[in-house]
Write a protein that binds this ligand. Sequence first.
Ligand SMILES: CC(C)(COP(=O)(O)OP(=O)(O)OC[C@H]1O[C@@H](n2cnc3c(N)ncnc32)[C@H](O)[C@@H]1OP(=O)(O)O)[C@@H](O)C(=O)NCCC(=O)NCCS
Length: 192
Amino acid sequence: MPPSSLMPPTPVLQTPRLVLRPVRSKDAPVIQRRFPRWEVVRWLNAKIPWPYPADGAAAYVAACLEEMAKGKKSHWAIIPKSGPADLIGIIDLWPDDGVSRSQRGFWLDPEFHGKGLMTEAAERVTQYALCDLGWPHLWLTNAQENHPSRRIKEKQGARLVDLMIGDHVGGRGPEMVWLLSREDWLARGAKT
Ligand SMILES: CC(C)(COP(=O)(O)OP(=O)(O)OC[C@H]1O[C@@H](n2cnc3c(N)ncnc32)[C@H](O)[C@@H]1OP(=O)(O)O)[C@@H](O)C(=O)NCCC(=O)NCCS
């Protein structure tokens, strides 16, 4: 079994402005309030039910807890140190399965976009994956038109390795596939 095939218990991570802590069942109501917006879901995977059902967040959180308990994925609630006290978004991480070329997902309530917060969260989670867990790389994807998500990969030092077709909530379209190696991430320096 490769070393990256099972996740350890999800730790609490800190950044200058954020606390990243494991998603918990009490998070369902705030996710149900913040997540189902077109600007959030538009470029996410088409597996997300849309229109978002009334129990969508409860089902999502239950799946997160099961995946974390089984060591399949880590799911962090993003909490700003300056408030509010509840989560403003989520970032997820999972091992390379050798097939899907995708190992990280994230979203943020639009109220908090454009402040560099997801770059900060992604950097900390990347450090966890590549340094703490010792993974050699991360596979990352985004819809080609998703400029903010694309910029985060570029800023992290990821290399664009493929362009495929992806099914997003907003429809089928070009999807960029990136490979972020530990060497490239470390070599890129603190450009964020
Ligand atoms: C992707 C997402 C998490 C980025 O979060 P964020 O905290 O706003 O991102 P950051 O502030 O760290 O900015 C990242 C880059 O995107 C740019 N950016 C942020 N919001 C932008 C916007 N509305 N339009 C254009 N560029 C934008 C920033 O300028 C920055 O690039 P720069 O350093 O060159 O200036 C957020 O847009 C989001 O939640 N989108 C919906 C969910 C989603 O698409 N997730 C990713 C799926 S692959």
